[in-house]
Design a protein around this ligand. Structure first.
Ligand SMILES: NC(=O)c1ccc[n+]([C@@H]2O[C@H](COP(=O)([O-])OP(=O)(O)OC[C@H]3O[C@@H](n4cnc5c(N)ncnc54)[C@H](O)[C@@H]3O)[C@@H](O)[C@H]2O)c1
Length: 352
């Protein structure tokens, strides 16, 4: 059995360059070749890495055992089918496919060829997500009832091919696939129902805002909200449980866990005057009632995606990003579109 990955990368644009940089000094993975239809992209190919004007010639190389597909979304299906037919293992960029139907054709092709197939869901190794997954897995705020994952920006206009629906543009295909994948990797339970809103706020042709509510069978509700024209830029998380709240506001996992020193059980009726009038439940907390704790420490990096892939390639562990997980995320994305269109709930886990 081969021990090392000899990689050919197709699509040497933004992501192709990011991955080539990450793999520049990576024990066990050697970048052998890059292919791109735009010659300008190949000009700064790393030294010693062969360049190709298209994928086909690169696939003919016997010394390449794995192909990474980093081209725009609609091209993934044909490339996965070709790479599988050439007997190469495959890492495909996200979203792997535009539809579940396309994805099923991909999995059929890789199964027939007997090659490994995974998708570059590298945001499973984001620090903010990992911290919140740790909070959730270790019941650090007790039994959770709500998880919120929020991403807001100010750059409402999309760039490059992301403005074209036929190219797989829009934010659901771009960040949505990551944010949904993160939640499904945190909450290990069937989805009872989904309700979603998907809008074109300032982009005419592609979505630039979504709000997705997922109700899980284990009692957890997750809300994922993204807006590119929200004008209060932030990456934030909240988990509410029956023993505290955990919150993050920032890409580096800046945040805290908050608990109450004691539960206020049927306290005497005390009225606080606020600008909005009197309240008995929402006045400021008495001093000392709210206690803050640090969030758990995590050590994480996007390199870990490739470290896990290498171990799976060597047969040392299961593949981390599994085709059935990728398919479920695509199912959820289709349910988001359906719910946004009908205004009704959708049931992505209830398909025949
Ligand atoms: N995993 C992540 O975090 C992440 C981040 C960004 C982008 N992506 C994904 O990576 C993929 C590429 O996105 P990008 O931002 O790098 O786009 P990009 O436009 O910067 O790069 C795409 C490259 O593919 C080339 N290309 C197009 N058709 C080709 C073909 N038939 N054969 C060979 N080369 C071809 C283009 O010339 C271009 O250089 C998309 O699927 C995107 O969703 C993933």
């Amino acid at each position: 059995m081969e021990k090392n990955i000899k990689l050919g990368l197709v699509g040497f644009g933004f992501m192709g360059h990011c991955d080539a940089d990450m793999l520049a000094d990576f024990d066990g993975i050697q970048l052998k070749a890059v292919a791109d239809i735009n010659p300008a992209q190949l000009q700064d190919a790393p030294k010693g890495v062969e360049t190709y004007a298209g994928m086909d010639d690169m696939l003919a190389r016997a010394d390449i055992n794995t192909v990474m597909i980093s081209t725009p979304n609609p091209s993934h299906l044909e490339m996965v089918e070709k790479a599988a037919a050439a007997g190469k293992h495959i890492i495909c960029e996200k979203p792997a496919a535009m539809t579940v139907e396309q994805f099923d054709r991909m999995t059929k092709a890789v199964q027939k060829a007997g090659v490994l197939f995974t998708v570059h869901q590298q945001r499973r190794w984001d620090k903010d997500f990992r911290i919140m997954k740790e909070v959730y897995d270790r019941n650090m705020v007790g039994k959770p009832y709500i998880i919120k994952s929020q991403l807001y920006g100010f750059n409402g206009n999309m760039h490059d091919w992301h403005v074209f629906p036929e190219m797989g543009g829009g934010m659901l295909y771009d960040w949505g696939v990551h944010l949904i994948d993160q939640i499904l990797n945190m909450v290990d339970a069937p989805i009872l129902s989904l309700y979603a809103d998907l809008r074109n706020v300032i982009n005419e042709r592609v979505d630039d805002y979504f709000n997705i509510l997922l109700r899980f069978e284990n009692g957890v509700t997750a809300e994922i909200e993204l807006g590119t024209y929200y004008l209060t830029p932030k990456r934030a998380w909240f988990i509410g449980g029956d023993k505290g709240s955990a919150l993050i506001d920032g890409w580096d996992g800046e945040g805290k866990i908050v608990r109450t020193a004691h539960l206020l059980e049927n306290v005497p009726n005390k009225i606080t005057m606020t600008a909005a009038g009197p309240t008995r439940s929402f006045g400021p907390p008495p001093p000392g009632l709210l206690l803050e704790e640090p969030l758990p420490e995590v050590r994480v990096s996007h390199r870990q995606f490739f470290e896990h892939f290498l171990r799976a390639f060597r047969g040392e562990e299961e593949m981390m990003v599994k085709p059935q997980q990728v398919r479920r995320v695509l199912r959820v994305m289709e349910a988001v579109r359906e719910s946004a269109r009908t205004g009704k709930a959708a049931y992505p886990d209830s398909e025949a």
